[in-house]
Write a protein of this length. Structure first.
Length: 613
């Protein structure tokens, strides 16, 4: 990326001005709910599959930043917009400047724009033309009539920026004649098509009602075009996938629905644009639609950041059952409840939206995806008459659950699944785990953990308590190197890099301990540059942990003493345990006595060292 080259002096001051104007907490919480915790804000990290709030937003430092202490994502407002909204730096700068009424002085003309930005502008331009055509062309009058017949008000039509593509091969194309670059962009965005043989460019959408598909910042990224003439095929045309538009990540209506979804902690997912629009018009505003795909894990990621329950609403039985299969996968892998509701025969969400009571009943009677699947299995079992047939149905069902990762479920969900399986197989709950483990695929967790080799010492041989003690002490050293350095030199208790057994703790200690002991300090940016990714990730998380501990004890020095003494206690306790084990392992009574003597001597030595320091 050549952003660096384009960033001249004026751009740099643009950047500063914009950064100063942005309230990072307000910006991030538009997309990810944040809760205040002490001086910081915490939320579910949108950059990895986060199940507990791992992202922190720090605003009390000179330059506000966010940091995920699970995946390591971090940065300022520009980084957030770049990574979360998938914009390049120039787009992020313009996006934030526009919202804060800041006029940019740097030269960012069309030449400097990325092809993404150009496409995004082309989409915006086309959308405005389609909306304009709705009120200024005969096709527009026809479209408006059809929309009214569906019950859509003028206000709704405006709210969803519905437009029309006139019955013409060149409605957009003729406006771009002579501008090769813009024609190229139009082709790339899927607004135009090219007949290679005749070398002729023409409009991709003709004679259709145009529903713009928006991203989270309400920018148009694609269109869905519905035929105006019932004889035209197909009924719907969607924009092709592009750098702007990924079907599997996009939810129609999301930018309109996001606030309600967040407030109600629940999203309703339907199948079509018009269902979404009808629901919103009826005042049910937490409704979105997938774009011709089942709910994907990317959709679930997006929704799980703003709610904890998703209800999938299907019109037909068969479609519902197929979708349930997919939804179970999502349900297994994400921290989100997926419920399924199948609408009464012949009804669609748009019909129901006008009868709120019935609609709400449908939502309330939705069953979770897993129950849906169990129910479905039970009904196939009832239809199967042979015993071998029944057992093969159960067999493939259990294999599928295992493949999906039933053992990784959180305990409440797991016990629900186990209970259902126990009933199904008429076996005690206690035997379900064994039954499922016997089906475990070859490429399971076991193989994975074995392949992670530890350079210094097997992780499994370090107790959890030891690792926590090591990490807590490091966290204080990382959080306040100045105070820690003084305390360490006064009261170091003879700890060395080798005192740390956890490999990552050891790598961090190797970097900071000599510096602290010599009184030559380090800064977090230096540490981030010098350490390997894994250690850096742990170290930055420990920084926050250190801050928390110091705040709890209300003093860095006191926090240092407490974590240091916990660390030394655990080292000593383990040394004593080892010595005792050594005594027990000797069978010959003479050797046993000798080992005991050595053990006692070693404990004495340790206590002497400790008292001396
Ligand atoms: Zn993260």
């Amino acid at each position: 990326m050549n952003i660096g080259n384009q960033t001249g002096m004026s751009d740099r001051s643009d950047k500063e001005r914009v950064r100063e104007a942005v309230d990072l907490v307000a910006l991030i919480s538009e997309f990810v709910p944040l809760d205040q915790k002490g001086r910081e804000w915490v939320g579910i990290c949108p950059f990895h599959d986060d199940h507990k709030p791992s992202m922190r937003v720090v605003t009390h430092k000179e330059q506000p930043f966010y940091k995920c202490f699970s995946c390591g994502a971090s940065g300022d407002c520009f980084e957030f917009v770049k990574n979360y909204l998938k914009k390049d730096f120039g787009e992020a700068l313009r996006f934030l400047a526009e919202r804060h009424g800041i006029e940019l002085t740097g030269s960012r003309n069309e030449e400097g724009l990325s092809s993404r930005s150009k496409m995004s502008r082309a989409m915006q331009w086309a959308s405005a033309l389609y909306v304009d055509a709705l009120s200024s062309t005969p096709e527009g009058a026809n479209a408006t009539e059809q929309l009214h017949a569906r019950g859509f008000t003028d206000e709704t039509i405006k709210q969803f920026s519905i437009g029309v593509a006139p019955d013409s091969w060149s409605f957009l194309t003729e406006k771009l004649q002579g501008n090769t670059e813009r024609l190229e962009t139009g082709l790339e965005a899927g607004l135009l098509k090219k007949n290679e043989e005749k070398n002729r460019v023409y409009d991709a959408f003709r004679h259709r009602i145009m529903f713009p598909i928006l991203d989270e910042t309400s920018g148009t990224i694609a269109f869905g075009g519905r035929r105006l003439n019932e004889e035209d095929e197909p009924k719907y045309i969607n924009s092709p996938e592009s750098v702007l538009f990924h079907k599997s990540k996009t939810l129609y209506g999301y930018s309109h629905a996001r606030t309600t979804i967040r407030n109600e902690k629940k999203a309703i997912v339907v199948e079509g644009y018009t269902d979404v629009i009808a629901c919103h018009q009826a005042g049910i505003t937490n409704v979105v639609a997938t774009l011709g795909t089942a709910l994907t894990s990317e959709h679930a990621d997006k929704l799980s950041r703003v709610c904890n329950e998703v209800v999938l609403l299907f019109d037909g039985d068969n479609a519902g059952q197929l979708a349930a299969d997919r939804a179970v996968e999502v349900f297994f892998q994400k921290n989100i409840d997926v419920q399924i509701s199948v609408l009464p025969d012949g009804k669609d969400p748009a019909d129901l939206a006008s009868e709120l009571e019935e609609f709400n009943q449908c939502i309330d009677t939705a069953v979770d995806a897993l129950t849906f699947k169990f129910n479905r299995l039970e009904s196939s079992l009832q239809n199967e008459t042979t015993i071998s047939g029944k057992s093969s149905l159960i067999d493939s069902f259990l294999n599928e659950l295992t493949r999906l990762g039933v053992e990784k479920l959180v305990s409440t969900r797991k016990s629900y699944v186990y209970e259902r399986i126990a009933t199904l197989l008429s076996i005690p709950m206690a035997d379900v785990g064994k039954e499922l483990r016997s089906r475990r695929p070859a490429t399971s967790q076991v193989a994975k953990t074995e392949s992670v080799s530890e350079p210094v010492i097997q992780t499994s041989s370090i107790s959890k308590a030891r690792r926590i003690a090591e990490h807590e002490l490091l966290s204080i050293l990382l959080f306040d190197p100045t105070e820690s350095s003084a305390a360490l030199r006064e009261n170091g208790s003879g700890i060395t890099v080798e005192s740390f057994l956890d490999p990552i703790a050891q790598r961090i200690a190797l970097y900071i301990l000599p510096k602290l002991q010599a009184g030559t300090l380090f800064t977090m940016p230096e540490l981030i540059t010098d350490l390997d990714d894994e250690s850096e990730n742990v170290a930055t998380s420990l920084y926050f942990e250190g801050q928390r501990i110091c705040e709890t004890y209300e003093s860095v020095l006191y926090a240092f003493k407490m974590t240091m003494s916990a660390f030394i206690n655990i080292i000593e306790q383990q040394a004593i345990d080892e010595a005792v084990k050594g005594v027990q392992n000797e069978t010959n009574s003479e050797d046993k006595a000798k080992a005991a003597e050595e053990a006692i001597e070693s404990i004495r030595r340790q206590q002497a060292t400790r008292n001396a320091s």
